[in-house]
Each structure stands twice: as structure tokens, then as C-alpha cells.
Design a binder for this molecule. Structure first.
Ligand code: ADP
Length: 699
């Protein structure tokens, strides 16, 4: 029931707006908002925030407008609502500007440039215009001028007369603020001419007042008063309060300069009153300061300081850096004249600090601005990429546009050399960035190409490796057969004809049989090595002690011959590995330990746990290995001392096996004292639990 009523209210209310044609009041919009929230209609909610913002803006309630527009933007972001952001951002930026929040205004408009530049050149002129205003208010004249010119360019191309009028006025203002009153006058006279042609009363007034102001600054006070008076009359005729405020102020300034202080004071006071009514705080700061100056000239220092301090306080509330700088400067001057050095020093220091910060801020803003331009350019480039196909079709059209652009650029060159220079530097920078990007892209391409080649080479290497392995396997396997025949027949010869052959022949036969034996071992080792790759590993939890027992049995004869002692650490862990692999590794290491010794060999086998690995060690008290060979010995066919039997394959086999399990193998040795071979095997979860179980059992 309640819901139906709500909907009814909504319909009735929207009809009321349509029929009466009246704008909604803030209250009624707020009621509608409550309904939209209850009905969970975020889109409607957003529309209402925007509407409330617009209403507040039209009523000059800028803080409220800012609040509403920001709410709308937050909601759009939160709920990912698909509505165009630009109009809201534009309103928000304007509200910030009006509310003297220049920094926020700048960042909002810069955000807008990013959104609009690649898609819509049409509203760009407005954005540039507002940016120019915001920068001017924030005291960054250079950027204010740059954006002002940009807006003017766009408007001239579009022959937007109203826009051009606004731009010339804005540019005049920038020169005026910079103190370049001659240039300002030029722009203001153009504005006046355009305003009369277009019958734009407000701009007629604005230009008249501005001309008066500029003349006055140039010391042409009598001429100034004529223009100011004309402006004053026009403002009166138009019932234009802000106009009255400014022309009275300007008249005051002219009289002040003519040293007619009493008259000046009357005009300044009047201007201040009007500005107060209009809540124009920016304007008030100037009036207050001028009143202060006038009192000073009249010798009333107390009043002078009072007004100047109020002006400064007001400048603080609107956070206007230029006004604060002016305020401190004026106070410092006044105190200096009054010979109050302490107070003068205070304000002079403040003045200097603020000026510095303004310069730093300008640089920072410039940097930010360059960044924005770069980002905009990036997105433009992305779009250009997409439209490449279309571009081909429109090439001739584009050529025409370029031609026009060329003309425009040419006209701009002749109109303002300085701007062109700035643009040239920027273009050069952009070009550099583009070139760098191209270089990067090129380097990336080359890298990609190199990677591709490496990948191909790796593939080839893998293939030839596999072929080699297959070859090694086939060769060693097939060679064994004829070798066996040679060996058997040599043995047969020895056995049957031993007594009929002389000693030399018998010795030769011995050479043959021992050579055959060595070659047989070699083939066996090569075969074992080549088999390592192709054989699937069958990992299981193995008891290392059991494996060592098997190895000990295999090496029984060697151990006996050399009377070798084997000391095994009592608690070796269980590990996850193929038991054949582990026995191959241990057998090679133990056998080497026994083989490469000059007196009774003692072999120690131990294990410790380090950083997720079981580190096994097999130490001997043998001949040791020179430092420089300690890595080489793990390569195929590397043998250091030919007086010991061997093929130079054993350690290569060990390395290959251990690497297959993600471990490593290495040696530490001192020549003549012995060697310790280490190999690591990763600790696995299964192995861990088994070991824990074993430990519990042991307890
Ligand atoms: P092989 O033992 O068949 O010669 P290996 O690959 O097992 O082949 O060993 C390569 C070389 O490393 C050996 O020829 C020897 O010079 C050296 N070496 C290996 N183990 C030891 C050791 N424990 N003590 C001294 N030298 C060793």
C-alpha cells in the first residue's frame, strides 16, 4: 500500500513539474530522492543528485552543488552505472571554480580533458576555457594563458562568435593580472568590438570596465575615469550588481591614483558594500586592501592596518594564494613605511615563502599538465590504432584537414610567436616520447624475435639431444655384441693355445682381454647414462639403510680387497626416490671413495636436514681432488688420474640422477686428505610424515 502511494506521488509530482513547467524545489527533490533510495533505483538517484546540484548551482549555493555532484559521481562509480560522466564533471568543475576551490577545479577539468579529448573535440573549448580561469585564479598565469589560447583556437576554427568573445575577454584578464596592461588593452578593445557587434551587453560592460582598469594601471587616469563611468552607467541600465561593484572600485582606483583620497574612499566603500551583498569574497579582498591603502595615504594607520588585516583573513578563507601574496606584500610595505620593522619582517617573510610556494606549485602543475597531455596522447594513439582502417578511407579528407590545420597553425604562428615556441617544445617532447615508444616497440620486437630463435634452438637442441641419446644407447648396446665375441675368442685363444704361443703373443692376448674388459665397462656405463633419461622414475618411500646394504653387498669384493671401513650414521631418513637411482648414486660415490685411496679407506655416510633438503654426505680419506677440478669431474669422461681404473662417467650419472629430483651434487676436498661428496634431495611431505612416524616408533 505504502509503495503504491509512493509511486502515485512520484507520478503526480513529475506531472506537476511537466504541467506547471516550474523547476523542482530542493525540498521536493530531496523527497523524491528518499523514494528513489527506498525503491533502490540508483539511476534515478543519480539523476536526482545531478538535478539537486544544478538547482543549488543556479541558486549560487556552490558548496551544496559540489556535494550533490560528488554524490552522483560516487554512486556512478559504486554501482557502475552507465551514464556519461562529462556533463557532471563539467558542472562540478564550474562549481569548484565558483566556490574558489581552484585546485579541485583544475583536477576536475583535467580529468575531463582526458575523457573528452579523444572522443569529443566539441566541448573541449569549454573545458579549456574553464581550465584557463581556474589556473588564473590559482595564480598560474602561464598555464591560464596556454589554455585560454587553446580555447580561442578551437572557437575560431568553429567560428563560434560568442565563444571567441569570451576567450578574448579571458585572455585580456590574464594579461591584466600579469601586469601587461598594454596587451590586456588590446584584447579588451577586441572584446568590446565583438560585444557591440553581437549586442552582448554584459560583455560590453565587462570590456568597458576592463579598459578603464587597464588605463588606470597605465597611469592614464582621466581616460580611465571616462571608460569606468561609461561602464558604471551601463551596469546601472542593466541592473547589473557585480558590474556596479567593479566599476565603482575602478573609479575609486583612478581617483586614488590621482591622490583624490576622499573621493576614492567613497567609491571603494560603495564597491565593498555591493560585493558583500553578492558574497563576492575574491572582490572584497581587493576592496578592503585598497581602502587600507587609502587610509594609509590619509595618515590613518590604525584604520589602514585594520582593513588590510581583514583583507588578508578573507584571502585565507578562500585559500587564494595570489590574494594572500598581495595581502602580505601590502602589509609588509605599510609596516615598513610605519617603521614597524618586526611586523614588516613577519609579513615580508610570509610573502617570500608564499611566492616560492607559488613558483613550486606552478612547476608541479606544469609537470602534472605534461603528464595529462602525455596520457591523452596515449589514449589518442590507442584510438588511432583502432581507426587505422578507417583512416585509409578518409586519407584525402584528412589531408584537407591537415591543410586547414596547417593554415591555422600558420596564422597562429604569426599571431603569437611565444605560444608557437612553447608548442614546438611540447611537440618536440611528444615526438621524443613517441620515438622512444617506437624504439621500445622495436626493441620488444627484436627481443621477441630473439626469444623465438632461442625457443627454436632449444627445440632443436632437445631433438638432437634425444637423437644423441638414442645413438649412444644403440651404439653401446650393439657394440657389446661384437665386443663380447672378441673377448670370448681372445680368451679361447689364451686357453687353448697358451702353451703353443710365445710369451709376447700371450702378453698381447692379455692386452686384448683387458682392453675388452675396459671397453665393456665403458659401454655399460654409457648405456646406463643414456637410459637415465628415457626411463620413467618410479619414486617410492625408500629406506636409505636398506639401499646401503644392497650397495655394500654389490661392492663386497672391492671392500674386502682394500679392507675398507664403512661408517654409516645410525638414523638416516626415509626419502622419496627410485631405489635403483639412489643405489646407483651411492654405489658410485662409495666405490670412488674406496678406489681413490692409497691406504686403508674409511668411508663415512651421513645426512642432515637443511632448508627443505636432505643433504647426504659421503666422505673418504683418499687422495682428494684439486680445487680447479672439483666442478669438472661431474662432466662426462672426465678422469684426473689414469693410474686408477674408470670410465669417467660415474659422477656424470650421479649428477644427472640427482638433478632429475630437483637436487644438486658437489664436492669439498683437500688434496691428499680426502673428499666429501654431498648430494641433496628435496624433503617431501610423504617422506616427512614417514620419518615422523618412525621417530614416534623409535620413542
Ligand atoms: P671414474 O671413477 O669412472 O673415473 P667418475 O665420474 O666416477 O669416473 O669420476 C671422475 C673422476 O673424478 C675420477 O676419475 C677421479 O679422478 C675423480 N674422483 C672421483 N671421486 C673421487 C674421490 N673420492 N677421490 C678423488 N678423486 C675422485
Amino acid at each position: 500500500m505504502k509503495k503504491t502511494l509512493n509511486i502515485l506521488f512520484l507520478i503526480l509530482y513529475s506531472n506537476l513539474i511537466v504541467f506547471t513547467g516550474q523547476a523542482a524545489s530542493l525540498d521536493s527533490l530531496e523527497q523524491l530522492l528518499v523514494l528513489a533510495v527506498q525503491e533502490k533505483q540508483p539511476v534515478k538517484q543519480t539523476e536526482l543528485y545531478v538535478e539537486m546540484g544544478e538547482l543549488a548551482y543556479s541558486k549560487r549555493n556552490y558548496p551544496k552543488a559540489i556535494e550533490q555532484f560528488n554524490r552522483a559521481l560516487d554512486l556512478i562509480k559504486e554501482q557502475s552505472i552507465d551514464v556519461p560522466l562529462s556533463p557532471i564533471l563539467m558542472d562540478l568543475g564550474k562549481s569548484y571554480n565558483k566556490n574558489d576551490n581552484y585546485k579541485e577545479a583544475i583536477s576536475t577539468f583535467l580529468q575531463l580533458v582526458k575523457i573528452e579529448k579523444p572522443i569529443n573535440g566539441e566541448i573541449l573549448d569549454k573545458i579549456y576555457h574553464y581550465l584557463s580561469k581556474a589556473y588564473q585564479n590559482a595564480g598560474n598565469t602561464e598555464l591560464a594563458y596556454e589554455y585560454g589560447l587553446k580555447a580561442l583556437e578551437l572557437r575560431e576554427t568553429r567560428k563560434d562568435l560568442k565563444g571567441i568573445l569570451r576567450s578574448t575577454y579571458q585572455l585580456g584578464g590574464i594579461f591584466f593580472y600579469q601586469g601587461n596592461y598594454k596587451m590586456a588593452l588590446e584584447y579588451y578593445h577586441t572584446t568590446k568590438k565583438l560585444a557591440i557587434e553581437q549586442n552582448e551587453k554584459k560583455y560590453c560592460y565587462n570590456s568597458l570596465a576592463a579598459i578603464g582598469g587597464s588605463l588606470s594601471r597605465l597611469g592614464r587616469f582621466d581616460e580611465a575615469i571616462i571608460f569606468d563611468m561609461e561602464a558604471y552607467e551601463l551596469a546601472k541600465e542593466m541592473d547589473y550588481a557585480l558590474g556596479l561593484a567593479y566599476s565603482t572600485h575602478n573609479i575609486g582606483t583612478a581617483y586614488y591614483e590621482k591622490m583624490a583620497y576622499d573621493t576614492a574612499l567613497v567609491f571603494f566603500q560603495k564597491s565593498l558594500e555591493i560585493k558583500k551583498k553578492l558574497n563576492d569574497r575574491w572582490g572584497q579582498t581587493a576592496s578592503l586592501r585598497y581602502i587600507g591603502n587609502t587610509y594609509f595615504e590619509m595618515g590613518n594607520f590604525e584604520k589602514c592596518i585594520e582593513f588590510m588585516t581583514t583583507s588578508l583573513e578573507l584571502a585565507k578563507t578562500i585559500q587564494s594564494l595570489p590574494r594572500l601574496i598581495e595581502g602580505h606584500d601590502a602589509l609588509a610595505d605599510t609596516y615598513e613605511k610605519m617603521e614597524n620593522w618586526e611586523a614588516a619582517y613577519f609579513h615580508r617573510t610570509k610573502y617570500a615563502k608564499l611566492r616560492d610556494s607559488l613558483i613550486t606549485e606552478t612547476t608541479t602543475q606544469k609537470l602534472g599538465d605534461t603528464k595529462t597531455r602525455y596520457e591523452v596522447q596515449q589514449s589518442e594513439m590507442a584510438l588511432q590504432e583502432k581507426d587505422k582502417q578507417m583512416e585509409l578511407t578518409f586519407r584525402y579528407g584528412a589531408l584537407g584537414v591537415f591543410g586547414l590545420l596547417g593554415l591555422l597553425i600558420w596564422s597562429l604562428i604569426s599571431r603569437n610567436r611565444h605560444q608557437i615556441e612553447v608548442n614546438e617544445v611540447l611537440t618536440e617532447k611528444n615526438q621524443q616520447i613517441q620515438e622512444q615508444n617506437q624504439q621500445l616497440a622495436h626493441t620488444n620486437e627484436q627481443l621477441e624475435l630473439a626469444f623465438q630463435q632461442i625457443r627454436e634452438q632449444n627445440k632443436k637442441l632437445e631433438n638432437s639431444n634425444m637423437e644423441l641419446q638414442r645413438f649412444a644407447f644403440i651404439a653401446s648396446h650393439d657394440l657389446k655384441e661384437p665386443l663380447r665375441t672378441i673377448g670370448s675368442y681372445a680368451n679361447l685363444l689364451k686357453r687353448r693355445y697358451k702353451n703353443r704361443l710365445d710369451t709376447d703373443a700371450n702378453e698381447f692376448l692379455d692386452f686384448i682381454t683387458s682392453g675388452v674388459g675396459r671397453m665393456y665397462n665403458l659401454l655399460n656405463d654409457v648405456l646406463a647414462f643414456s637410459r637415465l633419461e628415457e626411463k620413467e622414475t618410479e619414486s617410492e618411500i625408500i629406506n636409505v639403510h636398506e639401499v646401503i646394504n644392497i650397495v655394500r653387498a654389490n661392492l663386497g669384493q672391492q671392500i674386502k680387497d682394500k679392507q675398507a671401513i664403512l661408517n654409516i650414521q645410525p638414523a638416516l631418513p626415509n626419502i622419496l626416490m627410485d631405489s635403483n637411482h639412489l643405489s646407483q648414486v651411492l654405489q658410485n660415490l662409495i666405490s670412488n671413495g674406496i678406489k681413490f685411496s692409497t691406504y686403508q679407506p674409511t668411508i663415512e655416510i651421513a645426512c642432515e636436514n637443511r632448508k627443505g633438503f636432505h643433504i647426504f654426505s659421503v666422505s673418504d680419506n683418499g687422495i682428494g681432488i684439486e680445487k680447479k677440478y672439483q666442478e669438472k669431474i661431474f662432466e662426462m669422461f672426465q678422469r684426473l688420474d689414469r693410474q686408477y681404473d674408470g670410465t669417467g662417467i660415474g659422477l656424470a650419472v650421479c649428477k644427472k640422477i640427482i638433478n632429475q629430483y630437483g637436487g644438486d651434487i658437489w664436492v669439498e676436498s683437500t688434496e691428499g686428505k680426502g673428499s666429501t661428496f654431498y648430494f641433496s634431495v628435496p624433503v617431501t611431505e610423504v617422506g616427512k610424515t614417514q620419518n615422523q612416524a618412525m621417530a614416534v616408533e623409535a620413542i
